[in-house]
Design a protein around this ligand. Structure first.
Ligand SMILES: [Ca+2]
Length: 271
């Protein structure tokens, strides 16, 4: 039975990879690649597990957000993309809106609106967060859409490179761009984003590393290693780390990944 299920998992993984192409956000990675070049002088942290909760293993997580006591998630893949309000402690989906015809990516909530990026569709779709109904407002952008968050004023967006753009939520126009560098070396493949106590956090695609960024300069101020959250057996069946959320009210950070069966509350402990 073990051999069969493993084979099925690999076939499914290959099919999912076929949706994305080699250079995008989507090819699965059963084994995380080593972390990007980390400057020896940059502080490193271990992501210590505080709690773990169930997560929908059907969720190809692309965005993870906390707002006013509620958690929200977006999922990707053509035909499986959605926005959801989730109960991360019970593992359930409280409400969901399927989003056909696009490949959903990062989300952010600002001013009562939920903004959803799409991978290669060039569309940022805007919803009323209280109803999940599209507001009718939609923005276009060039290039790929990966992660999205907000500093409370601007939308903050990644596109798979080392560049992060700050955007006017009324027009989606770029107001500022930073290049994320660690000791001068650009760090690319920045994926899901989160604003955490004045820092910008990003998980780096295909790795089990979260990078802490000074949003004023783009300078990396720390790395959080979250290797080993899932057991090797669990990790072999799923895709990469993707999803950081900060609960402002309780000062707690949670992470998950694409098709991961668990959400982890973590604490960054300095090494
Ligand atoms: Ca997030």
């Amino acid at each position: 039975m073990m051999v069969v299920s493993r084979s099925v998992a690999l076939i499914l993984a290959a099919m999912v990879g076929g949706c994305g192409g080699a250079s995008g956000d989507q090819p699965p990675s059963a084994t995380p690649v080593p972390p990007p070049a980390v400057s020896p002088s940059t502080p490193t942290y271990t992501g210590q597990v505080v709690n773990e909760y169930p997560h929908d293993p059907e969720s190809f997580t692309q965005g993870f957000v906390w707002e006013a006591g509620k958690f929200y998630e977006s999922t990707g893949l053509e035909g499986k993309s959605s926005i959801r309000e989730v109960d991360i402690f019970g593992g359930g989906v409280r409400r969901q809106r399927d989003v056909p015809g696009v490949f959903g990516e990062g989300i952010a909530i600002l001013g009562g609106k939920l903004y959803q990026l799409t991978w290669k569709n060039g569309r940022c779709i805007v919803y009323d967060v209280s109803t999940f109904a599209p507001t009718g407002q939609e923005f276009r952008y060039d290039g790929e859409g990966w992660g999205l968050t907000t500093d409370g004023t601007s939308l903050v967006m990644s596109n798979g490179s080392s560049a992060v753009t700050f955007r006017d939520p009324k027009t989606f126009a770029v107001t500022r761009t930073i290049t994320v560098t660690d000791n001068g070396v650009p760090i690319d493949k920045l994926n899901e984003l989160e604003w955490v106590k004045g820092e910008l956090w990003a998980n780096v695609w295909t790795s089990d590393q979260i990078v802490r960024i000074d949003p004023a300069t783009g300078r990396v101020v720390g790395w959080i290693d979250v290797t080993g959250l899932l057991s090797p057996a669990e990790r072999a069946k799923v895709d990469v780390l993707n999803g950081i959320v900060y609960d402002v009210a309780n000062d707690r950070v949670y992470v998950t990944g694409k098709n991961w069966p668990k959400v982890f509350e973590i604490r960054a402990v300095k090494r």
